[in-house]
Design a protein around this ligand. Structure first.
Ligand code: UT7
Length: 331
C-alpha cells in the first residue's frame, strides 16, 4: 500500500465581510446573542456579480495549493468537488473547475453532496484510490455559497452560515517521510434527514411561485436536534479512527472539527477529554461554511505555523443527511 500525503492546501474567502451587527439590521437578533450561542462574529458572503462562484473560489484556492505542493494543474488526476451549492445542476462543478485550471489530461472529476462532511468524505475516498496506486494526486475541494440558499428573513438559520472554500491536494507520498493517512471512517444516518433539509427545488418538488412567495425553498434546520447528534457523532467518530489506528488522544496534535457552533466544538472536546489548545477554531471569522470549514481551518493553521510536518491531525465532520466522517493522519 502507498502512503498518502497532504501535499498542499489553499483557501479562498470572499471579500465581503458581514458582521453580526450587520445582521441586526436584517433580522431581530443581536451580536451578543449570536456570539454567545454560536461563537460567530463575522461571515464572508460571495459577490453575486460573478468572480466568486464556488468554482471561482476553488480555482483561486487550488492555485495556492498547487504552488505549495510544487505541482502543475496537469499533475492532478482526480477532482472531487464537495458542495451543496454547486455552480449549476449540470455540468458538475468539478468539470467546470478542471477547465478553469486548464487541466487537459482528462482526469476524473466528480461532485459529491455530503453536506458539511463533504470534504472529509472526499479525502477518505481518494485515500483508497491513492493507497492502491490507481491515482497519484487528487484535488479535494469544499466550496460553498450558502448565502444563496439561506432564508435571510429567518433568524434561526441565517446567522449561522457563510461562504468560502478550502482545498487540499492529496497524493502518493513519494518523499520517504512519515506523512500518511493512518485511519478513516465514513458514516451516515438517514433517520435524521429531516433535521436539516431543503426539500423544495429537487425532482420531487420543483420550485413554484407559491414556494417563492412563502420562502419555502430555502434550507431549514432543526438546530436543537442537530446539536445533540452532532456532539455525540463527532466524539464517537474521533474515538473510532483513533481505535482503528491503535492511537490515543495523547497522540493527536490537532483536532480540526467541523465549525457549526463553538458550543458543539467545546462539548465534543469535553466528551473526548482533549485540551482546548489542541482544537482549531475559526468559526468566529467565517461562521459555518459547510464542506469548507475543515479545509479552511486546516489551511489557516498550516499557514500560520501551528500545524507542522509530522503532526498528527484528526479531521472530524458532521452534517445534513446525516453524514459524518473522520480522518486521522500524519501531516
Ligand atoms: O453544519 C450542520 C450542523 N449544524 C448544527 O449542528 C447546528 C446545531 N445547532 C445550533 O448550533 C443551535 O441549536 C442554534 C445556534 C441553531 C440555536 O441555539 P439554541 O441555544 O439551541 O437556541 P434555541 O433554538 O433554543 O433558541 C433560543 C431562543 C428562542 O427564543 P424562545 O423560543 O426561547 O423565546 C429563539 O427564538 O433564542 C431565539 N433565537 C434568537 N434570538 C436572537 C433564535 N435565533 C435567534 C437569533 N437572535 N438569531
Amino acid at each position: 500500500m502507498k502512503k498518502v500525503k497532504i501535499k498542499g492546501t489553499g483557501i479562498y474567502t470572499p471579500k465581503k465581510v458581514v458582521s453580526n451587527t450587520d445582521l441586526e439590521k436584517i433580522v431581530e437578533t443581536s451580536d451578543e446573542w449570536i456570539f454567545e450561542r454560536t461563537g460567530i462574529r463575522n461571515r464572508r458572503i460571495c459577490s453575486t456579480e460573478g468572480g466568486e462562484w464556488p468554482s471561482d473560489m476553488a480555482y483561486h484556492a487550488t492555485l495556492d495549493a498547487l504552488k505549495a505542493a510544487n505541482l502543475e494543474p496537469n499533475d492532478i488526476d482526480f477532482i472531487v468537488f464537495a458542495s451543496v451549492t454547486p455552480d449549476f445542476k449540470l455540468p458538475n462543478t468539478a468539470c467546470i473547475l478542471q477547465q478553469k485550471l486548464g487541466i487537459t489530461n482528462k482526469c476524473a472529476a466528480i461532485d459529491i453532496a455530503a453536506a458539511c462532511s463533504g470534504f472529509v468524505y472526499g479525502v477518505n475516498m481518494v485515500t483508497g484510490l491513492i493507497k492502491i496506486g490507481a491515482i497519484k494526486n487528487a484535488l479535494v475541494i469544499g466550496s460553498e455559497m450558502l448565502s444563496r440558499e439561506v432564508n435571510w428573513k429567518d433568524r434561526n438559520s441565517c446567522i449561522l452560515f457563510g461562504d468560502g472554500c478550502g482545498v487540499a491536494i492529496i497524493g502518493e507520498n513519494e518523499d520517504g517521510d512519515e506523512s500518511d493517512i493512518l485511519s478513516l471512517h465514513l458514516g451516515a444516518d438517514g433517520s435524521g434527514k429531516e433535521f436539516f433539509d431543503q426539500p423544495i427545488g429537487g425532482a420531487v418538488e420543483p420550485i413554484t411561485e407559491t414556494h417563492l412567495k412563502e420562502d419555502a425553498h430555502y434550507m431549514q434546520m432543526k438546530g436543537k436536534e442537530m446539536f445533540k447528534v452532532a456532539t455525540r457523532t463527532l466524539a464517537e467518530n474521533a474515538k473510532l479512527v483513533l481505535k482503528k489506528a491503535d492511537k490515543t488522544l495523547e497522540d493527536v496534535d490537532w483536532l480540526i472539527p467541523h465549525q457549526a457552533n463553538v458550543r458543539i466544538i467545546e462539548t465534543t472536546g469535553k466528551m473526548l477529554g482533549i485540551p482546548p489548545e489542541k482544537v482549531i477554531i475559526n468559526i468566529d471569522k467565517y461562521a459555518n461554511t459547510s464542506a469548507a470549514t475543515v479545509p479552511i481551518a486546516m489551511h489557516e493553521a498550516i499557514a500560520d505555523g501551528r500545524i507542522k510536518r509530522g503532526d498528527t491531525l484528526l479531521l472530524d465532520a458532521f452534517g445534513a443527511g446525516l453524514t459524518s466522517g473522520a480522518t486521522l493522519l500524519k501531516y
